[in-house]
Design a protein around this ligand. Sequence first.
Ligand SMILES: Nc1ncnc2c1ncn2[C@@H]1O[C@H](COP(=O)(O)OP(=O)(O)OP(=O)(O)O)[C@@H](O)[C@H]1O
Ligand SMILES: [Mg+2]
Ligand SMILES: [Zn+2]
Length: 516
Amino acid sequence: MTVARTLSVALSGVSGQLVEIEADLAGGLPGLFFTGLADVSVVESRDRIRSALVNSGIPWPNRRITLALLPADVRKVGSRFDLALAVVVLAAAELIDARVIGDVVWLAELGLDGRLRPIRGALPAVIAAKQAGVQRVVVARGNGAEASLVDGVDVRVADDLAEVIASLSGRAPTLDVARAGPPAEQPARSRDLLDVGGQAAAKRALEVAAAGGHHLYLLGVPGAGKTMLAERLPGLLPVLDDAAALEVTAVHSVAGALAAQAGLVRHPPLQAPHHTATVTSLVGGGSGLARPGAISLAHHGVLFLDEAPEFSAKAVDALRQPLESGEVVIHRSFGSVRFPARFQLVLAANPCPCGRRSTECSCPPQVLRRYRQRLSGPLLDRVDVRVFVDAVTHSDLFAERPSGESSAVVAARVSGARTAARARWLGAVESGQPGWRTNRDVPGTALRGGRWRLPRATLADAEAHVDRGELSARGFDRVLRMAWTIADLAGHTSPDANDVAEALFYRIGRSTSWAA
Ligand SMILES: Nc1ncnc2c1ncn2[C@@H]1O[C@H](COP(=O)(O)OP(=O)(O)OP(=O)(O)O)[C@@H](O)[C@H]1O
Ligand SMILES: [Mg+2]
Ligand SMILES: [Zn+2]
């Protein structure tokens, strides 16, 4: 009896693993059997494959068919193996030549009518195939654009199973080559800093946050432009380099969030989950093939928590580990799934739950305290830049000419500062250590001692605040970190007393101190 073999890819998070699929046709009671840790969702493909074959004009082999998915200890989830399973059954039944499918990876779901449907995570699957040395991949046409982003792999697309069978049996020309789509749109391009009237201090804080990769906290009265400011942060960040763009696009691929013909995601994404969002939608999970949550969709971009104190304690708690490690680990019954989640956090809050100005607010003290406490601790501890956003004045709003600078002008300064920081920290790294990309990543010990230690005179003011108990040791490190960013923006080789003074303002400046 014939044993046929072909290939597909199983996904866990954004990492794929090559799966070998074998089909064995034998005598005995007809039926279709699976071995090798196939999820129920894979077993369910039985009926789809049968219908798809029959509707493509192929009689179902009325034999005992055993399908093995190897390695047996890798969990296989979802309908993504449909096409590979159909093709390997055909080869085992000697309806096509088994030799032509042995080194091909198939990635598509089948419709009952035989149509090929796109799958989530085609991009990371093709990346994994390439890493495993595979050179030929077939996907549904809707996945063609993202699959073609991987260089050095011959990716073909098809619309239905009949087309695949015809080309495999040599009755039709080879399948179409997958074509790259145009780069994905920059969503923030339509939002410019020039739209925001006044708010010079808050805009400056936004620039500092952008330059150093610092997490940002905007506290202020309603309607002052906090949301407007936060939404303009991605537009100040540099475009993603190739590696980062591929990572971001892969996460969005697994989420099913890529437009069908769109190319690489080149711009830092913005995610702004609502405060009623579930923990699963924030951090990822769900049944079947795990979906990345908002924090992973914000990978290499911005996670904006508007009305931050309204987020549940559970949600806030779930952010703690990703903020620390840059990835999220989702524990499931059969093991854990990882997604990258290196995002820049922006929190916005009103000074009190009623949202009125302090002069009009009559919230009881205990209500105020509870509201403010929700943010303190794990989240705010990690936020470097804090700024109070004042009510916008009438003259700012109705100014003849836009105030301040455009996003493009600020982004150019941010880019220069980031380049300076990266060069400095790359040079600082002793062999074997990973380079810090932004000032946010630099540990306090590196800033306080040794080569990067600042002269006493420069730090006199900050140290006085520490002595008076107004600045914690952790806060002191954050001041140092921001001071370096402010120096990078100014083109200083190291921070001077003015740079430190501005950084101190973001730490202990007025009215944000309730959350220090
Ligand atoms: N500084 C500003 N310049 C121009 N328009 C502004 C400014 N601030 C607020 N607005 C206008 O008010 C609207 C609300 O602003 P935004 O949502 O950013 O305020 P907010 O501070 O986030 O308020 P809330 O605390 O209620 O969320 C904006 O869509 C814009 O039309
Ligand atoms: Mg708002
Ligand atoms: Zn109030």
